[in-house]
Design a protein around this ligand. Structure first.
Ligand code: HAM
Length: 421
C-alpha cells in the first residue's frame, strides 16, 4: 500500500498557523473597517439546498461550477459557491422582525469547481458586504465607498486600483432600444460578459447572430432612447458623486455585465491597475428582486464580494503587508529541567490571567536549545523559570532579536509584557 498523500485536494489550501495568522490579520483589518461603518457580521453553513442556486443566479456557476451531491435522505445539497443567495434567504426568513436597512457582512469560504490558476481556486474566502432594504443611489454610493475604504485601510492608494462601474438597468434599456426580447437580452448580456476574453471578430459574429442593432452603440449615443439617456445620466451622476466623496478612481465601463442574473441596477468591479493581476478584486451590484424569490414584496439590496486570493496578490504587488503577530505567543517560558514544568505552567497561568500570551516548554531540551526553539518559532521574549526563580522571585528576560537581557522581579513581568518592553 502506498502512503496517503499529504497534499490537500486540488485547488484548495491548507493553512498552517503562520498562513492562518496572515489570513486572520487580513480579516481583522476588514472587520475593523466595517465596524466603523456600522456593518454587523453574520455567518451560515456552507451547505445549502441545491435549488437555492437553481432559482436565479448564473447558469455557468450552477451547471459547471457547483459542488452538488445527494445526501443520505435523497436531498440535493450544494456547497455554497457564493454568499448572496444565502444572505437573501436569511433576510427573507426574518423580514418581518428585522430592522431595515440592514448592514451586514460575512467572511465565508465558498466553493467553485473552476480550473485552478493564478487568482482562481476551488475554495476561497470571500468578504461579503451587503446593504439590504435601501434602494437609493445613496446606498450604492455607500457600498462602493466601503469597498474602496477597505483597500485604503490596507494602505492602498487610489492610483493602485480602479472601480469599473456599469448599470444593468442601462444595459436592459439599451437591449430594449435595440428591440431585443427578454431572452435575446439575456443572451446578449452573457456574450458581453465574455467580450474581453474573445477576439473582436468572434464577438462581432456572435453579436450579429443575436441583434441587428448594437446595444453598446445605443449607450454611446444615448440620444436615440429616452430610457437609455435616463439610465446613463443616473450612472454618470453616481460616478460624479463618488468623486465628490473621495472616490476619484471610478470609471464608466459599458461592457461590464457581471455573471449573475440577479443584478438589477448598478454593477461594479474593482481591478488592480498593475496588469500582473488581471482578475477582479471585488465584484458586486444591486439585486432588488432576489429577496422576493422567497415570497413577499421585493426588498432592494446592494453589495459586493471580495476574495482573499486576489486581495493577497494585490497587497503583495503593491508592497503592502498586514502585521500578523496579533495572537501569537509573546513569551517563551523555558524550564531548566523537566521537574520545573509544573511550576512553569502555574506561573504561566498567573501571566495568562493578566492577559499575556505564554508558551511553556514541554521538552527535555537544554536551555540553549530551548532559546533556539523560541527563535525558530518567532517568539520574541524568553525567560527560564526554575527553582532559582521560584526562590528569588526574580527572572532574567531575554529579548531574542537583540540578545539583550534584563533582570526584574516576577511582580513586574505582566506590566513589562503589556507595554512590550
Ligand atoms: P463574484 O464576482 O463571483 O461575486 O466574486 C467576488 C470576488 O470573489 C471576485 O472579485 C474575486 O475576488 C473572488 N473570487 C471569485 N471566484 C473566485 C475563485 N474561484 N477563486 C478565488 N477568488 C474568487 C459574487 O460572488 C457575488 N455573490 C458578490 C456579491 C455580494 N454581490 C452582491 N453581494
Amino acid at each position: 500500500m502506498t502512503d496517503l498523500s499529504t497534499d490537500p485536494y486540488k485547488g484548495v489550501r491548507d493553512f498552517y498557523p503562520t498562513d492562518w495568522a496572515r489570513m486572520q490579520a487580513m480579516f481583522t483589518r476588514m472587520r475593523a473597517t466595517l465596524a466603523q461603518w456600522g456593518y454587523e457580521e453574520y455567518a451560515a453553513s456552507p451547505l445549502e439546498r441545491a435549488e437555492l442556486y437553481e432559482a436565479k443566479t448564473s447558469e455557468e456557476i450552477v451547471s459547471e461550477q457547483t459542488y452538488t451531491f445527494t445526501d443520505r435522505g435523497d436531498r440535493r445539497v450544494t456547497l455554497r459557491p457564493e454568499m448572496t443567495p444565502t444572505l437573501a434567504r436569511m433576510i427573507a426568513g426574518k423580514r418581518r422582525e428585522m430592522p431595515l436597512p440592514a448592514r451586514w457582512f460575512s467572511i465565508p469560504n465558498v466553493f467553485r469547481y473552476e480550473r485552478p490558476q493564478k487568482g482562481r481556486l476551488r475554495e476561497h474566502y470571500q468578504l461579503n458586504v451587503d446593504l439590504v432594504g435601501a434602494g437609493s443611489a445613496e446606498a450604492d454610493l455607500e457600498v462602493i465607498t466601503v469597498a474602496t475604504d477597505l483597500l485604503k485601510s490596507f494602505g492602498a492608494k487610489e492610483s493602485d486600483f480602479v472601480v469599473r462601474v456599469n448599470s444593468r438597468a442601462l444595459l436592459t434599456a439599451a437591449c430594449t432600444a435595440a428591440e431585443l426580447n427578454a431572452e435575446a437580452s439575456r443572451a446578449y448580456l452573457h456574450l458581453l460578459d465574455k467580450k474581453n476574453k474573445m477576439p473582436a471578430e468572434e464577438f462581432a459574429a456572435a453579436q450579429a447572430a443575436i441583434t441587428a442593432k448594437d446595444p453598446l452603440a445605443l449607450i454611446e449615443d444615448a440620444g436615440t432612447s429616452p430610457d437609455v439617456a435616463r439610465e446613463k445620466k443616473a450612472l454618470l451622476d453616481t460616478i460624479e458623486a463618488l468623486a465628490r466623496r473621495g472616490v476619484g478612481n471610478a470609471v464608466f465601463d459599458p461592457t461590464l455585465t457581471r455573471g449573475f442574473d440577479y443584478y438589477t441596477g448598478i454593477v461594479f468591479e474593482i481591478f488592480d491597475t498593475n496588469p500582473e493581476n488581471p482578475r477582479a478584486l471585488f465584484g458586486g451590484g444591486r439585486f432588488d428582486r432576489l429577496v422576493a424569490l422567497f415570497g413577499g414584496d421585493p426588498i432592494p439590496a446592494v453589495g459586493f464580494g471580495m476574495g482573499d486570493v486576489t486581495l493577497a496578490d494585490f497587497l503583495l504587488t503593491h508592497g503592502l503587508t498586514v502585521a500578523d503577530t496579533d495572537g501569537r505567543p509573546e513569551l517563551y517560558l523555558g524550564t531548566p529541567s523537566p521537574e520545573d514544568i509544573p511550576g512553569a505552567q502555574a506561573f504561566a497561568a498567573t501571566l495568562r490571567a493578566q492577559g499575556s500570551r505564554v508558551f511553556v516548554n514541554l521538552t527535555e531540551k537544554n536551555l540553549g536549545d530551548q532559546i533556539k526553539d523560541a527563535v525558530k518559532r518567532g517568539i520574541p521574549l524568553f525567560l527560564a523559570y526554575g527553582a532559582n526563580e521560584v526562590a528569588s522571585q526574580t527572572v532574567r528576560m531575554k529579548v531574542l532579536a537583540t540578545g539583550e537581557e534584563v533582570g526584574l522581579p516576577v511582580s513586574e513581568l505582566p506590566l513589562r509584557l503589556r507595554t512590550g518592553s
